[in-house]
Design a binder for this molecule. Structure first.
Ligand code: NAD
Length: 265
């Protein structure tokens, strides 16, 4: 019996079999959770067969930037599941020109608003919609962040600000929802080549740099992130909320990294 057996998880943000959401879905399925998936319309042909692979018949379109979509999506879900236990938020977006060139020039009012709306506000909106479903259950929510929330990273630009907002969002939601038995956490994942990440110029350099500098000497995988998310959303993590758990091979803890040559030079 898996450590998520008897739990139901809504996963928002599956696009392809390279998505972090896919690593999370696989880990949660392996641990016994039942799954439902919300996705953007454009991804329907990819998401439906992936969901079927994990025994899920519940998939629906929901653009998190549109309130009516969120309302419609949760109303549809209610028809299948009157209650569920886990919300996975694996959604982010910034226009391509916001991620090109220097932060100071690339950041406009418009792309600032878009990045924050889709990548951070959506967590508040989804948490509000999910709350009644988690009534009197040990609910758990998890969102995906990145090191750009706390450190400057070339090209990550306005998305770093949106992730900082997302992490603050997690802390405020954890405070509001904790008394109702619902925990809210984030995972700050190391870089992984997914559809969204491929839009960040210099991703290849990032992956090479992180693999060389991190204590585990490799990049993390969607399986690494999936296993951590499954744990955080399980009752095994009952004492953890408002936290940002780094699943980055220890990279964020390294101040400097080069081979020790021992000659005192
Ligand atoms: P991905 O492209 O597979 O997933 C991003 C998802 O966001 C897609 O499914 C996309 O359809 C969805 N999305 C975008 N706009 C949306 C909208 N308006 N409504 C609903 N869905 C929308 O990429 P990923 O890397 O798996 O990203 C998942 C999460 O992980 C994101 O929050 C991302 O910032 C975060 N993250 C990724 C990395 C990485 O290196 N890949 C590292 C740390 C954190």
């Amino acid at each position: 019996m898996g450590f998520l057996s008897g739990k139901r998880a809504l996963i928002v943000g599956l696009a392809t079999d390279r998505s972090i959401a896919w690593g999370i879905a696989q880990a949660m399925h392996r641990e016994g959770a039942e799954l439902a998936f919300a996705h953007i319309e454009r991804m329907t042909d990819r998401v439906v067969p992936l969901a079927r692979q994990l025994g899920s018949e519940i998939t629906f379109v929901m653009d998190v930037a549109v309130d009516a979509d969120i309302e419609k999506g949760f109303a549809f879900l209610k028809g299948h599941w009157p209650a569920f236990d886990i919300l996975v938020h694996a959604v982010a977006f910034a226009p391509k020109d916001a991620l090109t060139g220097e932060f100071i020039d690339a950041t406009t009012r418009e792309n600032f608003q878009t990045a924050h709306d889709i990548s951070s506000y959506s967590l508040t909106a989804l948490a509000r919609a999910a709350r009644p479903f988690m009534h009197e259950r040990k609910g758990a929510m998890v969102a995906l962040s990145y090191l750009g929330a706390v450190k400057s990273i070339p090209s990550y630009n306005v998305m770093g600000l949106a992730k900082a907002s997302l992490e603050a969002n997690v802390r405020f939601l954890a405070a509001d929802l904790g008394p109702q038995g619902i925990r809210v956490n984030a995972i700050s994942a190391g870089p992984i080549k997914t559809l969204s990440a491929a839009g960040i110029p210099g991703l290849r350099k990032m992956l090479t740099h992180v693999a060389a500098a991190s204590p585990i000497k490799r990049n993390v995988t969607i399986e690494d992130v999936g296993n951590a998310a499954a744990f955080l959303c399980s009752d095994l993590a009952a004492g953890i909320t408002g936290e940002v758990l780094y699943v980055d091979g220890g990279y964020h803890n390294v101040g400097m990294s080069f081979p020790a040559d021992g000659d005192g030079a």
